[in-house]
Design a protein. Structure first.
Length: 137
């Protein structure tokens, strides 16, 4: 119980939890849009990814700026610069996801569920580190 109380008051832990919650929401948004677009609408995986990314970006930016990194965001003198750093970070994450989709779907020709695993569990760790130590610094 003491450990739980200590973790609840730890700012980094709180940021990790809120980042994960927002990130899960954004990632699920991306994955859902991708899956429906790719599997149901039969769009090319690139188009499905772009649609998923655009909507997930809005979910992520609003959640991370107004909740996860709220204290840091309030102190920022140049919020426009932070937005563009966030956008660059998101585009880098999107590029990583495009690489995963090419690797899994075209090069290895595996089922798209393998791609969704990488999109959901690998890329978000990279993005957290960039947000924590660059965007909202």
């Amino acid at each position: 119980m003491k450990l739980v109380r200590e973790l609840a008051t730890n700012q980094l832990f709180q940021q990790l939890v809120s980042f994960a919650i927002v990130g899960v929401g954004a990632t699920l948004t991306h994955a859902l849009i991708f899956n429906v677009s790719f599997e149901q609408l039969h769009l090319h995986h690139l188009v499905a990814n772009i649609l998923g990314f655009c909507i997930a970006f809005l979910v992520s930016y609003l959640g991370q700026f107004h909740w996860t990194f709220k204290e840091q965001a309030i102190q920022l003198k140049d919020k426009r610069s932070a937005f563009f750093k966030f956008l660059k970070t998101a585009l880098l994450g999107f590029s990583v996801n495009l690489f995963w989709s090419y690797l899994i779907l075209e090069f290895l020709q595996l089922h798209h569920y393998y791609y969704l695993v990488l999109l959901t569990f690998v890329t978000p760790v990279f993005i957290f580190l960039l947000n924590k130590f660059w965007v909202f610094k």
